[in-house]
Ligand binder design. Sequence first.
Ligand code: C2O
Ligand code: CU
Ligand code: CU
Length: 478
Amino acid sequence: QVYNDYFFDEPAWNTHDGGYVPLEEPTTPQQKLHVPAVLQPDKETDTDMYYTVTAEEGETQLLPGPKTKTWGYNGSLLGKTIIFKRGKTIHITLKNDLHELTTFHWHGLNVPGPYIDGGCHAPVYPGESSDIEFVCNQPAATLWLHAHPCPSTAQQVWHGLATPVVVQDDVESKLPLPRNYGVDDFPLVLQDRNFHEDNQWDYKADYDPDGVQGKTPMINGTINPYIDVTTQRIRLRVLDGANRREFRLHFNDDLEFAQVASDGGIMPEPVYFTKVMLTCAERDEFIVDFGKYHDGDEVALMSDDVPLVHFRIHQFAKDETKLPDHLVDQPNLTVTPGTKTRHVVMSGMDEEVAIDGKKFNMQRIDARQKVGDVVLWDVTNTNDMVGGMIHPFHIHGTQFLVVSRNGHAPYPNEYGWKDTVSVNPDEHVQIKVRFEYTGVYMYHCHIIEHEDGGMMAQIESYDPDHPKTYKLMDMDTL
Ligand code: C2O
Ligand code: CU
Ligand code: CU
């Protein structure tokens, strides 16, 4: 079966928002897609990996003419791809070479909160560094690192503080999937930016409380990129790294492609599409088979009617590999008897955004859940302003399973691990949530300006036998 449907409610697409900024095809020449280098570990042993991740300021040649002032991790814009091998103990030195405070949030990583997780309670001050250590124990997946200082997450991500993180394991490594990084396996960080005078970005000038947008697509920090296709099959690890924008992906000739992974790893079965929509912070891994094209052909991955990436087809060896119908066994989660369904309500737009009628307060713990328990969460988008919008709901420090949308089955690509699920206006989405570690974790809308605007709350995952207290930051102390 091949799906030809974006599934999300069409009247709620961001294209209907009064402040919507449509993408425009860049008029500058195509450039080879920037493939972020793999971050080399400072040291690696059989059991441990050591990294240094530095947030820094720099300049990047994005357009002809003056360079753009940008921020990045171990580079001037975005960052290098960071690889964690499952089972290893990971040691990371987090260095802040910026002129302001930042935090290093591992989006999608199952780690203890709130300090290792790197949300707003784990500041690293300018010129300083801090060390974290954790065991990587989750399935192979494409995750990401981004800044998360409240309430300037949106601005820091806009400047460029976001980079792919790849977890590897020996289940994924046995599947017949392309994994030759930079040759047939590419991260694609989808973003949008606005260029002002002298090719500079101006977050304040473009500010919109419902999320900042730009008319120019930027992919891995490349404007108008192309990929040289030299193998029949290609794997794309796509991240919606935009502050606000949804991407409605399709090829210009409606080429069919397969999704093999969602946020938290390989899905139980591949799902075939000609169209798929990604909302903020979601990751989808696609396998694209270019078998029907010939040397010299070109095909483009689009969002709505604007090309994001051009694929230039070259000679390639015939590849008969078929994706298996079954990829991985998906563990199910059984709701722990005696637990109560947790209701979470996302409401409002603009400055009115809230969760359960409240604005985020860094010092308030809004909910508690026993570590290891599986609890049903029922997440509603009340759509109480005209038109309504889709809110991508994200929880830190865990991967969850989607149970239903308004009592109906989830979308066909929502049967694997997820850490972000988008909720249509007037919809309630049920998910099964388990925390494997104790800690304080944030949950929020991943339209980053909504998050900064207070559509965020926090939950403590606790162990009744080992109560803990946490030093929670205060906005004023930032
Ligand atoms: Cu991508 Cu609070 O996170
Ligand atoms: Cu997160
Ligand atoms: Cu939102």
